[in-house]
Design a protein around this ligand. Structure first.
Ligand code: PEP
Ligand code: MN
Length: 359
């Protein structure tokens, strides 16, 4: 159900929290009005009823009293609804009140006990479930949560990428680490993937760019927080946008095709990919040659009884690498990862030389 259809991303929109009956209905009716004008389609209306807040004292959701408001949204607009659930009791109440889709929040995905409790409550129900990534950048925890829900017999599951916490200051509220959802895609190619651009950004100005990046990575859909008066929102005020702003944002997005059967395109891409394959092979040959030199160094160090690692030399390699990389348009982050991997392999080769000689 969460798949992109005819290059239309699956769209989930609605406020961070269900604050009052009026606010929930007003958001939904404004979205419905835009939908009637042909400016967007809402596939799923979201609202948080139980809110996991980092620190006590913040608005933690209205709980059960908010559930009938979502039923009213459904009656007034025809939108299907989704809320976050964090335990078996919340699953039971959500289903009792006719919520169509449940989502597991980032703070629950980290905890296998919570996920298992939710999975057990879902056994035999087969309601669609969306699983947000865990707060920490751990792909196995994300996959594990999805597997627990699958094992409960849930057949329609999607993953939501909402970014990952980091201690370091960053422009993002939650760093995207795109490589993690890309690897999830590789491991679970049929699993629909949705980008929660609101919780990645934590602000309004970057929402479009992150949504576009997700679409360019062939995501199936977007989850975006929409509020009639975002500045007055009781939670996540900084990142919410009005329904009209949401519709503008959507109109600026470009949905590209995954592939084509145009023979000219296929021939040209094949040619370019062949070049890439040749360059990759050249790089491997160079790396192999580099390791042979490292082994020579190891033999020489061994004869002179010198240790493998000289930290000052490693710093020098890195510094030089950053500078030369920059001159060639390569980012520091990449240079660090690349040279660290090369250095580790080089140390492993030197260990092998020293062990063989010593033994
Ligand atoms: C939310 O969607 O409002 C929410 C609490 O999300 P997350 O679990 O990603 O923090
Ligand atoms: Mn939120």
């Amino acid at each position: 159900m969460f798949n992109k259809v005819n290059s239309h991303p699956f769209l989930i929109a609605g406020p961070c929290s269900a604050e009052t009956r009026e606010q929930v209905l007003q958001t939904a009716l404004q979205l419905k009005q835009l939908q009637n004008e042909g400016r967007l389609t809402v596939d799923l209306f979201r609202a948080g009823v139980w809110k996991p807040r980092t620190r006590p004292g913040a608005f933690e959701g209205n709980g059960i009293v908010a559930l009938p408001w979502l039923r009213e949204v459904k009656q007034a607009t025809g939108f299907k609804t989704t809320i976050e659930v964090a335990n078996g009791h919340q699953v039971y109440e959500a289903l009792k009140h006719g919520v169509d889709v449940l989502w597991i929040g980032a703070r629950s995905t980290v905890n296998p006990f919570s996920v298992q409790e939710i999975a057990d409550a879902l056994r035999g129900v087969d309601v669609p479930v969306l699983v947000k990534n865990p707060v920490n950048p751990d792909l196995d925890l994300w996959v594990g949560a999805i597997e627990r829900i699958q094992n409960a017999g849930v057949s329609q599951i999607g993953a939501i990428h909402r970014g990952f916490s980091a201690y370091a200051k960053s422009n993002f509220r939650n760093a995207p680490y795109w490589e993690i959802p890309i690897e999830l895609r590789r491991r679970m190619p049929d699993l629909p993937l949705i980008c929660d651009n609101s919780h990645i950004c934590g602000n309004r100005k970057d929402l479009r760019e992150i949504a576009q990046q997700a679409l360019d990575l062939n995501y199936d859909g977007l989850m975006t927080e929409v509020h009639p008066t975002p500045d007055e929102a009781w939670s996540d005020a900084k990142q919410q946008i009005t329904p009209a702003e949401y519709s503008d944002l959507l109109s600026q997005l470009i949905v590209r095709r995954e592939t084509t059967d145009n023979p000219e395109f296929l021939e040209n891409i094949e040619h370019l990919r062949h070049k890439i394959d040749e360059l990759d092979l050249e790089m491997l040959n160079l790396l192999a040659r580099r390791m042979r030199v490292s082994e020579d160094i190891a033999r020489y160090k061994l004869r002179n009884n010198i240790a493998i690692l000289q930290t000052s030399r490693w710093n020098e390699v890195l510094e030089k690498g950053f500078e030369q990389g920059r001159q060639r348009g390569l980012q520091d982050e990449f240079i660090e990862k690349f040279l660290s991997a090369v250095h580790q392999e080089s140390i492993a080769h030197q260990h092998m030389v020293m062990q063989t000689k010593a033994g």
